[in-house]
Design a protein around this ligand. Structure first.
Ligand code: XMP
Length: 513
């Protein structure tokens, strides 16, 4: 463990990992721990500082998450954010009240620049508020260091005890000077040196994994995607051949993808690699199935069965590794955030109880995708793997509308390969967030040579997005699309029409099913 560490104490806020990320961006290692973490454990970790996150509760609520009051006497600098700020004030004897109207969104804030937290911060700038309760009377010994029009106490501090609190959210980009404020807390208040880098994350995790695993065995499910690749490579660096990776080829991968994944893992990394060619099993199960969620369920179940059979051959393993990253945790509602409507069942975080193992290892659980990529590069994984576009677990099954046949899969693989080739030739592959071909279930009339055809329409899709929760249809130059259309109808049998999807998300989704 790095000596210089800051702890984010999680009170159920929406942005807890974002805070951690901002701290890491200041080159300080950071971990998120639940609010009920033992003070003894905190003392052991001996952090340079602690940040209390926001949260949906009110400090007066019966089940409000609270930490022990003694945390303020440990001599560790603390920054409270939103609910965290209110809790600090409340526990130290201040008053928190309910505001008549909720303050939400961008707000002009005026700060006292003599505060260490606001060193070099503009006196008036924009911050992002999201609260109903507010600190109506600061706790004894605290002074007010910021206000907005409707919030007289937007920040308080007790500098001699290194306790700071802000009502707004410095971690979101809408708070213009937020990054500077967090940096000030880390450097000016906590005295951090900022020697941590992403490669320290890779190195430290490799070392920690080696220590944790010892001479035991680890099993990892490998899809060839960025997250599972980085997880596997990190583990292979830690424990080499004590690691076995199982790659289930369900026959719904892109053209030649199974062979490419196998080639890389067999030849470039030190681990036991097992490829299971289970194509036919999946095709049999999917025969005649049209409904998207049913397809997902079948693929998920069959995947587990195949995996289980292979895992049994290996026998008992002590650890099972998964490439879960932070957005998976959030989208699946496992971070304590509020329920959201289920649009698609993307991520399966259910513990795999079908394998006999003692402990789950998820080394990337607190990272965002771009951070995972940085770690991948640090580990020496080839760029073309690190910058792969996302590919869904159920693969082409959700890019073929309606029922799936081996013939349709082959058509789609060929059309998609041409599209990807042309996008790369045009230098667009790194600019687009995701792009692929889909096979519509529509047949239409065409004319080829002198004859009538009645064949499939292929749809091309390209989107730009940062978080994949919303997306815009990306512009692909007409000449690139024209070239794709002409190559696809000429080179791929049974396609006589090519369409381009120019819908955003919402109202469409990125995948077709
Ligand atoms: P949608 O289609 O929901 O896609 O706009 C958003 C992102 O999620 C990926 N996606 C999936 N990933 N299993 C996965 O592992 C799935 O069932 C699944 N469905 C969608 C999609 O590729 C896009 O990046």
């Amino acid at each position: 463990m790095s000596k210089e560490i800051v702890i984010v104490l999680d009170f159920g806020g929406q942005y807890n990992q974002l805070i951690a990320r901002r701290v890491r961006e200041c080159n300080v290692y950071c971990e998120v721990l639940p609010y009920y973490t033992d003070l003894e454990k905190i003392r052991e970790i001996s952090p340079k500082g602690i940040i209390f996150t926001g949260g949906p509760a009110s400090v007066y609520g019966e089940s409000a998450p609270r930490c022990s009051r003694e945390i303020f006497d440990m001599g560790i600098p603390i920054l409270g954010i939103c609910y965290g700020a209110q809790l600090m004030s409340y526990l130290l004897g201040g008053t928190v009240s309910k505001a008549p109207v909720r303050e939400y969104g961008r707000t002009e804030v005026t700060v006292d620049r003599t505060s260490l937290l606001f060193t070099d911060v503009e006196e008036t700038s924009v911050c992002w508020m999201s609260h109903t309760d507010y600190i109506s009377k600061p706790a004894e010994g605290f002074r007010i260091t910021a206000h907005t029009d409707s919030c007289p106490v937007a920040a308080v501090e007790k500098a001699d005890q290194k306790l700071y609190a802000v009502q707004f959210h410095p971690e979101v980009v809408h708070t213009r000077e937020g990054a500077k404020m967090l940096r000030n807390f880390l450097y000016e208040v906590c005295g951090c040196k900022g020697e941590w880098k992403m490669n320290s994350f890779a190195e430290e995790n490799v070392r920690m994994l080696r220590e944790k695993i010892g001479d035991k065995k680890v099993l990892c499910a490998l899809s060839g995607g960025v997250d599972s690749t980085v997880t596997a490579v990190m583990l292979s660096k830690a424990v080499g051949r004590q690691l076995t990776c199982i790659f289930v080829d369900h026959g719904l991968l892109r053209k030649n993808e199974g062979d490419e994944v196998e080639e890389v893992f067999r030849n470039q990394f030190d681990l036991n690699f097992i490829r299971v060619n289970a194509q036919q099993r999946f095709y049999d199960k999917l025969k005649g199935v049209e409904e998207p969620e049913r397809k997902r369920a079948i693929i998920g179940e069959e995947f587990i069965r195949v995996f289980e059979e292979e895992a049994k051959k290996i026998g008992k393993v002590e650890f099972f590794a998964q490439g879960t990253i932070y957005p998976d945790v959030v989208e699946s509602g496992k971070d304590g955030s509020k329920d959201s409507a289920k649009i698609k069942s993307h991520h399966n975080l259910a513990l795999p109880d079908y394998i006999d193992f003692d402990e789950l290892i998820e080394p990337l659980r607190m990272l965002f995708k771009d951070e995972v990529r940085k770690v991948g590069l640090e580990l020496g994984i080839p760029e073309h793997l690190v910058f792969r576009q996302p590919f869904p677990g159920p693969g082409l099954a959700i890019r073929i509308i309606g029922d799936i046949t081996p013939e349709k899969i082959a058509i789609l693989q060929d059309a998609d390969a041409i599209y990807r080739e042309e996008i790369a030739k045009a230098g667009l592959d790194k600019k687009l967030s995701q792009y692929f071909a889909a096979l519509t279930n529509m047949k239409s009339v065409g004319v080829m040579g002198d004859g009538r055809t009645y064949d499939y329409a292929v749809a091309l899709r390209a989107v730009s997005t940062t978080d994949f929760m919303t997306a815009e249809a990306a512009e692909v130059p007409w000449e690139v699309l024209g070239k794709c259309a002409s190559r696809i109808v000429n080179e791929v049998q049974h396609v006589n029409r090519v369409l381009f999807d120019c819908t955003g998300k919402p109202p469409a989704t990125i995948e077709f099913e």
